[in-house]
Design a protein around this ligand. Sequence first.
Ligand code: NAD
Length: 488
Amino acid sequence: MGILADRESRLLIDGELVAGSGGTFQTINPATEEVLGVAADASTDDMGRAIEAARRAFDETEWSTDTELRVRGIRQLQQAMRDRAEELRELAISEVGAPRMLTSMAQLEGPVEDLTFCADTAEGYQWTTDLGIAEPMGIKTRRTIAREAIGVVGAITPWNFPNQINLAKLGPALAAGNTVVLKPAPDTPWSAAILGELILEHTDIPAGVVNIVTSSDHGVGALLSKDPRVDMVSFTGSTNTGRAVMADGAPTLKKVFLELGGKSAFLVLDDADLAGACSMSAFTASMHAGQGCAITTRLVVPRARYDEAVEAAAATMAGLRPGDPNDSGTICGPVISERQRDRIQGYLDSATAEGGKFACGGGRPADRDKGFFIEPTVIAGLDNNAKVAREEIFGPVLTVIAHDGDDDAVRIANDSPYGLSGTVFSADEERAAGIAARLRVGTVNVNGGVWYSADMPFGGYKQSGLGREMGLAGFEEYLEIKAIATAV
Ligand code: NAD
């Protein structure tokens, strides 16, 4: 059955596709505002059954110790996604509003191919380490370190890059031997539900190992943080929700892994190609309508060339009209919902109220009366204390801020509650590296380098999160360490 023709997605619980006890909820195309169809609306009881299934599959099957089965299951899921790539592409475009161009990268094919890293890592991993014999406290002892799956993982994900984030949790969690309950965002249920269908139909992954629970009610996801049967919550979303997840997890002291918001800075040093750097900054801030946690949304430029920088950024953004995500030339599609569009508009209003000026954009595009579109916008005339410089907007909005030299640029970049990412542009690579070393962030792009890849860890300092996703570090987040001492 075609993915888009399948207009009522199901939950995957204990190896069966089932309806939600709460009925269904709609999934909307953000570019047209049309209802695409419906998804199963899980109740708290459904979530309870999914957690129970994951618990049983972890405690009573060989899943956590059968590495060969896990590697096979992950590769089968990857192949099934490759085989259905064109349908999945249409799904990402219609449900997420993902520009077609980005589906060959992080919106679809990137994360599908990244599953290779997860399977290869599990296959080649050193699950035990022999530390040899020693005589601690005078007792001759053979010491071994074993690495084991944590248990039941609750994965809670947002809507902006659902394929990337769902797979960046499922892949390593399964590779490490855990069982999973995945609870996607209510805005993008189908991107997750289809994984349930593919797992059931095309893989040897046993019943209960993966459960997929879509719901319109955020409270259903909150059960994952609270339930004592869940050993770890892997969450990606806003910093505020991350705090709630952490607080909900505290009574049972479960491991909480958080990928949260950002307000990253793009630093242009005084020896850099100013126009080229500002243009690149404007382009990245417009991609997927700015709905990326690691997008650099503060452009920090030498004060003496401030006007020139604003002009260069605005010239690029003015050329990136928000468009139909189906068109292969579109880079800036819609934002996910009316609520998000209104939220962004609120930030734009705050910028003018604080004395800022729009060098381009500033609201909804006049030529689009349907769809949740916002014009790529450059804000000038504000400093790093402005609301738009401090808070995550999650729209195609770039605030240009003046700096007075390298130290000041670093100070501005780090003067943020967030610490997810950053960019440095300089003609002198060594100087740029020195600045990169001083940034309190989890990923840094120097002169256009790309940190996004399967073997690179991704995550944030400060209030951007706890832990790392992807890479070996991302795999090991899902492991416990056991020290075994045998008297000899
Ligand atoms: P959100 O925090 O509103 O929701 C994320 C998920 O949490 C959804 O599935 C939602 O249903 C669920 N949720 C909501 N309240 C909950 C609660 N109390 N307990 C448990 N789950 C709950 O975020 P969003 O608006 O869907 O996504 C945008 C945010 O995600 C942005 O802040 C963005 O920066 C962040 N994000 C971070 C990364 C990263 O890796 N750091 C990646 C992508 C997005």
